[in-house]
Design a protein around this ligand. Structure first.
Ligand code: N2P
Length: 378
């Protein structure tokens, strides 16, 4: 356990994982097995490999462990229907929760969906299975700027699924101020009127950005500098929610928030009273990728699934339900102008150019979690 200790950020997650607390398992039922002709009539569909077709029922399964509200159930069901592979989906709300459960070993996961800094750490620890690129021809649909990224040169172990940023969303019917950044959100007058992500790495990065410190410079000294700021900010928060922060905004429980861009995009689609703002102090770009853990039992099925979600029409459907920054350019072409111009889904080139990307910060990860956990408990 020692060698992976730095990837495990929050002891609570470890405890939850060890006690086997499943949060939202949503097994989907298997339907008819696929036929080569079905595959042939579906543009971009993979040719099923003879090996996967001849497998028995026991091997016709796939366990996916992914972020909540990220892979639409209809996509999972359609994949099951076409391939005859029975898929079960379990979800998590943070990278650290995923790592704790993965390392606890109970889940038998075949596909996981870590963010860039976590992929980097998992590769260092030898925890991922190399991807067989011959099985993922649809990788050609990815934008060049989302391939061969520094956390996984050559995409040896991971395939980008969705990207995005974290920004501010304001209900302009309730807040008339011109909100520009984190410091404008965390004001006394908005006390208990704010929703934010329940994610320690995120929260600390906002504090660091506000102090002009790069988000990956998480030395003890810099964390100590961020502490007084976070100590002021966190008591102002009404709701910590990484799964569906849009809900508190839609219900009018809070007036503003700091949320995943896809959640912001949904709110913009929902009601014109919502405004999306890239924080003036700085924002970061996340790249969430699909990867196959070393411990996976159904590697071939995992690759079939990864290739499936990279089909343009499948990926475009995912964008419709969860409108993040889609790295799949072939899918982007299928989006409506309104989808492509949603400012939360697709930041401008200038905004993107200014975004940092989280890096694996080794043992400091647990310090980040301890800091936020202790401040939330105050
Ligand atoms: C989707 C969560 C987005 C993950 N619900 C951000 N890394």
């Amino acid at each position: 356990m020692k060698e992976i200790a730095h990837l495990l950020a929050l002891p609570l997650f470890v405890v939850l994982a060890l006690f086997g607390c499943e949060r939202t398992p949503a097994p989907s039922s298997a339907s008819q097995p696929s036929t080569p002709s079905q595959a042939a009539t579906n543009p971009g569909s993979p040719t099923p490999s003879p090996a996967s077709e001849s497998k028995g029922d026991a091997e016709k399964s796939l366990n996916i462990f992914c972020w909540s509200e990220y892979i639409p159930q209809q996509i999972v069901d359609a994949f099951s229907e076409e391939t005859g592979i029975k898929v079960s989906v379990e979800t998590y709300s943070s990278n650290e929760e995923m790592l704790a459960k993965l390392f606890a070993g109970g889940g038998n996961y075949d596909v996981i969906q870590p963010s860039e800094y976590v992929i980097e750490g998992l590769i260092k620890e030898g925890r991922l299975t190399p991807i067989d690129h011959a099985q993922i021809p649809n990788m050609k649909n990815l934008a060049p700027e989302f391939t061969n990224m520094s956390f996984d040169p050559g995409n040896k172990y991971s395939v980008p699924y969705m990207a995005g940023t974290v920004g501010i969303i304001v209900n302009t019917e309730l807040v008339q101020d011109d909100i520009k950044g984190y410091n404008d959100v965390f004001q006394e007058k908005f006390a208990k009127n704010i929703v934010i992500l329940d994610d320690a790495r995120e929260i600390v990065s906002w504090g660091l950005e506000s102090l002009g410190i790069p988000v990956n410079d998480v030395s003890d000294e810099n964390l100590a500098k961020a502490k007084p700021l976070l100590e002021k900010w966190l008591p102002l928060v009404k709701v910590f929610d990484s799964d569906s922060p849009k809900t508190a905004l839609l219900n009018g429980d809070v007036a503003l928030g700091i949320v995943w861009a896809g959640e912001g995009a949904i709110l913009l689609n929902e009601d014109q009273k919502f405004k999306w703002i890239i924080p003036a102090e700085g924002a970061h770009l996340f790249v969430d990728s699909l990867a196959i853990p070393k411990s996976a039992k159904q590697v071939q099925n995992a690759e079939l699934f990864i290739n499936y979600v990279l089909r343009p029409e499948v990926s475009a459907k995912i964008s419709e339900v969860f409108p993040y920054l889609n790295p799949n350019v072939a899918a982007r072409e299928l989006l409506t102008p309104a989808q492509r111009h949603n400012p939360a889904s697709f930041p401008t080139a200038d905004q993107l150019a200014n975004m940092q990307t989280f890096k694996d910060v080794g043992e400091q990860a647990s310090k980040i979690d301890e800091l936020v956990t202790s401040l939330k408990a105050q």
